[in-house]
Design a protein around this ligand. Structure first.
Ligand code: FES
Length: 114
């Protein structure tokens, strides 16, 4: 018999207002699963990735945001904020895990497994 494991419960945590993060900026947020990088784009979209580049673990929260991508500060790989995948010449070379994030009434909530 194949048992289906229940989905882990999600703990939604308010980490602050969208406006606490500058446009095209990021904020590093510690979590039990590792540091996260929460990004705000120039178009006011919010994304969350684990704060480690798939190349050599560079801190993506220190990178430069362009559109819906971030340039890693160490070797300039360009990472898609929505998927965590490298783009361009480095496409297909690993992936940074994404984290669940929602904006509710101007506040950013991170969804982490309990
Ligand atoms: S560690 Fe990010 S590009 Fe090398």
């Amino acid at each position: 018999m194949n048992a289906i494991a229940p989905a882990p419960e999600t703990l939604w945590t308010d980490i602050g207002a969208v406006t606490d993060i500058p446009r095209r900026g990021a904020r590093r947020v510690p979590s039990p699963q590792g540091d996260l990088a929460v990004f705000r784009t120039g178009d006011n979209e919010v994304y969350a990735l684990y704060d480690r580049c798939p190349h050599k673990q560079g801190p993506l929260s220190q990178g430069i945001v362009h559109g819906r991508t971030v340039a890693c500060p160490l070797h300039n790989w360009i990472i898609d904020l929505a998927t965590g995948h490298p783009t361009g010449a480095d496409a297909g070379k690993g992936c940074t895990p994404t984290a669940r994030v929602e904006v509710r009434s101007g506040r950013i909530f991170l969804g982490l497994a309990r």
